[in-house]
Write a protein that binds this ligand. Sequence first.
Ligand code: TNX
Length: 450
Amino acid sequence: MEGSGQSGESAENLNGTNQNPLPPIVFRADTNAVFGTEGYGLDVSAGQITITAQAGPGYFYAVQTLRQLLPPAIEYSGTLPYALSVASVRIRDHPRFEWRGAMLDVSGHFFGPADVKRYMDLMALYKLNRLHLHLSDDQGWRLEIPGRPALTDIGARTQVGGGEGGYYTLAEWDDLVAYAASRNITIVPEIDMPGHTNAALASIAELNCDGRRTEPYTGIDVGFSSLCVDREETYAFVDDVVREIAQRSPGAYFHVGGDEVTTLSATEYNAFMDRAAEIVARHGKLFMAWDGVAETRMTLPPGAVIQVWRPQTADTGQHLVDAVSRGARLILSPADRIYVDMKYDASSRLGLRWAGFNDTRDAYDWDPATLVSGVPDSAILGVEAPLWTETAETIRDLEWLAFPRLPGVAEIGWTAHERRDWTTYRTRLAAHGPRWDVLGINYYPSPLVF
Ligand code: TNX
């Protein structure tokens, strides 16, 4: 958008009133590498559109920006009965953060490959580049694992509210990974452990300390389940799961969850997480987990990434500062800002409210640099907007929760803080409504914006 995404450095409309019928598009190599791998130049004049980039992502993002400079009708498929035109501009653009993510919880409610692809299409429009898939939780196991058929025969057949659930076959997973790559998105797999594991515990008896399978769970309580950390079978299981997923996922990170464990002692938790971290490293991936790991004395492996989700106050960040001093980097997903599964306000039919209401302005109007005091900018890898799906059942529900908040997260990830402000953003955002109508996005017409 002229906003989400545009203008890390400069964007000037050379002649806003001068609309050019669509001239030829020339792609040039940025041989001096001034834009970085994700940056680009876009020059539109009467005679030519020139896109300059160093690498694939830069070209891709230039095209997304050009898309946004064209009228919403560009989003119709088929031939238009009139010529399109585009204003003259000169844009030099690159992102603030390398990690500009969205998380989709496909465990609470299952979303099939077509829905996940649709979500990726909408992410790509706003230059988001990481899709974190929360693939397992108490309510459902969502990916076929060779040699562990019970996970999908039993664990995949449930979801919140008792519906039928579902899972991705290996072929569907490979297809999602390839689809993501074609939009410059890396899929980040998460298998949440040792808690949030009832779907696995209901499938495989040996993961339980008493050796008996649990009952399937379709409610929305958290914190009650844990793998049996004293059994070797547990680590054989973690090894199988991490190995199979790691070898089918090209991204650098494997997310092991680690959140909301209430049934283990700190010693048990640390011992489990140390072994999980060792397994992740052995299968060639970097360790990623929710912020609970920063409060423990587990050994953070080199390259560890911690996803900050709990709302921060002036005094809550010390354990994160310590983790950063031990080499960790942070991804920021503050629940009271960018959990897009929170209600917008009291009128929202969908959404939870444990972190308060997150209206469109709350989601946009904050600076990653000051969220956790004492953490330097260099330790912040980026931002990510989680969408938990206790209340979301269909792609239309996902769209309603994500729009208009998700484009704001994209702009936080892309644009320097000094170049952002709510008042101008809101006007630019409102201009995207007609585009979303053409794309068929079921967005929330927030009174703060429209
Ligand atoms: C907290 S965020 C959770 C999830 C819930 C979510 C709902 C996190 C690491 N844990 O288990 O689904 O709240 O907003």
